[in-house]
Write a protein that binds this ligand. Sequence first.
Ligand code: NAD
Length: 310
Amino acid sequence: MRRLIATFGTAMSKASRIDGKAMAAELSAQVTSETAALLEDHGLVPGLAVVITGEDPASQVYVRNKKRTAEACGFHSVQHTLATDVSQEDVLALIDRLNNDMDIHGILVQLPLPAHLDEQVVTQAISPAKDVDGFHYVNIGKLTSGNTGDAFIPCTPAGCMLMIEKHLGKDLSGKHAVVIGRSNIVGKPMASLLLQQNATVTVTHSRTSDLPAVVREADIVVAAVGRPNMVRGDWIKPGAVVIDVGINRIEVTENGEQKFKLTGDIAYDEVCAVAAAATPVPGGVGPMTIVMLMANTLRAARLSAGLESA
Ligand code: NAD
């Protein structure tokens, strides 16, 4: 009996695990069936082109996963692998060709780029109508001004929003959200999306003073920093929903053996003892990011054919 109570007590104090893998699988099935319908009804196959430069091992893994998921969804999937020393002129010429390729509806240039390439020039060369990563200034402007009808929303924050919605619903009125990190890829668009759903939003970063005190006020925490286990359990307001975007590769010793392990920005077990719900790493935000890219590409194809209006 005592054992049962102890087990029950643990279960009661545990936050629910927001299963990004399961949510992504469900969404992916939806994208696959809508893709099949698009082909049957309109003879249209969404096309995704992924451009990768250099040898960054993490980028290679991300690109492989994106290609595999695109194919599984029934997309036309193309990968362009460019040498580390490719000239900016050649990258821009390729983007220009893809912008004008009728079979390609989404273009993604995997970041980071080698140092000699200008990330802004390259990402801004992608046509806003094919910018399925949502990094073009046109799409950023639409998101920031709340005109998201035909905008592409960056995939990671879009996936985070679905996970938050699952627990708190669409309307976040009265909720205080704290975003940790102010990058253009995650932190800033995340803040715009939360604001659009009526949350009161605080964006924090490396120059924020007394970060734990700010986070303690939050009903929703989104951590996008890149520092393993930075957000501790005692930073969390009881009942908060915590989304961990961070992906950190750390070295651990298991049975006397040195291994690499992926971990997020939150100290997951500590946070789960206080929060209402939290995302794990791996298996949280990562899989959602990939499937949101597929959803954006399907939408780009539909928009290109006038099958969806703004
Ligand atoms: P970034 O390096 O561009 O930005 C990090 C942000 O963290 C900066 O705004 C910085 O001010 C802030 N920061 C740094 N130290 C801090 C501190 N001590 N306290 C508070 N804020 C601090 O990184 P990014 O591209 O936004 O990515 C963040 C993390 O998310 C990384 O681990 C990245 O790998 C991961 N990521 C995951 C996915 C996914 O699909 N799961 C997608 C994108 C990024």
